[in-house]
Design a protein around this ligand. Structure first.
Ligand code: OGA
Ligand code: MN
Length: 297
C-alpha cells in the first residue's frame, strides 16, 4: 500500500489514505506514516470496522513504547476491555451499559472536555495517542485539536519573551477537579504528585518550537500561584481561539492519532447519559515506563 495524505481544514490535520492499521504493515509504509506524523500532528485513518484491541495495540507499538495501566483500574472497565494497554475513554461500564450519572468515573471522563494534552502530569510524557471508535453517538462528541507549534508561532514577540525559561507543574487532580469531579482523597493525592515540564520545547520530529501547557497545568516553578494561573489561563485562551481549532467528526472505525508533544485536544459534549460512546485509546510514551501507572484518562 502507498500512503496518500489529504490535508484537512487545518494545515496540521490530515486524513491518511492507503493505511489499514488492522493489517501487517511494511517498513516503507510505516516510515511514511511516521514521517507524515512529524508534519501533521493529527492524523485520521478510516476503516470500515474498528480494529480489534489486539490490532490496535500491535499498531500502536510500532510508534513507540506503549503505556500499560495497572490491573484493577479506576478509569477503565477491565472486564469489557481487558487490556492493560487500552484506556477505555467511553461512557460504558464493565458490562457495556451507560454509566450512572452519579458514577465517579463519568465525572472524571468529563474532564476530557477541558483542553489538555495527554499525560502531561507524568514525568515521562505521552507522545502519540491513538483513539479508536467502536461506537459513536448520533450527535455531538467531536474531538477538537489545536497545534501548539502554530500557536507558539502566532504569539506576539512581547508575549513569547521569557516563556522559554519557565517550568510548569502539571497535576492530574488539578484537571479532574477543574472538570467538576470530586476532590481526591489524601492517599490519591499522594499517589499522583505533579510533574514539571518546560513551557516551551523543541518538538523533535519537526524541529519546531512548541508550547506545552494543558488544563493539568497548576503552577509555574518559582511563581506565586495566582500569577502563574493568570499566565496559564491567558495562554490557554490564546491557544484555543477558533482560528486554531480543528474538529473531528467521528465515524465508526476511525482511528485518530495525535501527537501530544505539540497539540492540545478536548472532547465535546453529547448526551452521555442516553447514548453509548465506546472509544478506546492507546498511548505511546517518550520512554518505556517501568512501573505501571493507575489507569488514567
Ligand atoms: C483522550 C481524549 C477526547 C474524546 O482519549 O485522550 O481526550 O473526544 N478523548 O474522547
Ligand atoms: Mn485526552
Amino acid at each position: 500500500m502507498t500512503l496518500e495524505i489529504e490535508q484537512l481544514s487545518q494545515p496540521f490535520a490530515a486524513r491518511l489514505h492507503g493505511v489499514d492499521i488492522r493489517k501487517p504493515m511494511g517498513a516503507d509504509l510505516l516510515r511514511d506514516i511516521k514521517s507524515a506524523l512529524a508534519t501533521y500532528s493529527v492524523a485520521i485513518i478510516g476503516h470500515d470496522a474498528p480494529p480489534t484491541n489486539e490490532q490496535h495495540i500491535a499498531f500502536s507499538g510500532l510508534l513507540g513504547p506503549i503505556e500499560r495501566g495497572k490491573e484493577g483500574k479506576l478509569g477503565g472497565t477491565g472486564e469489557r476491555v481487558p487490556h492493560a494497554e487500552i484506556i477505555d475513554q467511553g461512557n460504558l461500564d464493565e458490562v457495556g451499559e451507560i454509566f450512572a450519572d452519579s458514577d465517579r468515573r463519568l465525572a472524571y471522563k468529563r474532564a476530557n472536555q477541558l483542553w489538555h494534552t495527554d499525560m502531561s502530569f507524568f514525568e515521562i510524557r505521552a507522545t502519540y495517542s491513538l483513539l479508536a471508535a467502536h461506537a459513536i453517538p448520533p450527535a455531538g462528541a467531536d474531538t477538537q485539536f489545536v497545534d501548539m507549534r502554530d500557536v507558539f508561532d502566532a504569539l506576539p514577540a512581547s508575549r513569547k519573551a521569557g516563556l522559554e525559561d519557565l517550568v510548569v507543574e502539571h497535576s492530574y487532580w488539578h484537571s479532574r477537579v477543574l472538570g467538576g469531579g470530586p476532590p481526591p482523597s489524601p492517599e490519591e493525592t499522594l499517589a499522583r504528585t505533579p510533574a514539571r515540564h518546560k513551557m516551551v520545547h523543541v518538538h523533535e520530529p519537526s524541529g519546531r518550537k512548541t508550547l506545552y501547557i494543558a488544563s493539568h497545568a497548576c503552577g509555574i516553578v518559582g511563581w506565586p500561584q495566582e500569577k502563574a494561573l493568570a499566565l496559564i489561563n491567558e495562554l490557554m485562551a490564546f491557544a484555543t481561539q477558533p482560528q486554531f481549532v480543528f474538529a473531528h467528526q467521528w465515524k465508526l472505525g476511525d482511528v485518530l492519532i495525535w501527537d501530544n508533544m505539540c497539540t492540545m485536544h478536548r472532547a465535546t459534549p453529547f448526551d452521555d447519559t442516553k447514548f453509548k460512546r465506546d472509544v478506546r485509546r492507546t498511548t505511546c510514551r517518550e520512554r518505556a515506563v517501568q512501573n505501571a501507572t493507575m489507569q488514567i484518562v
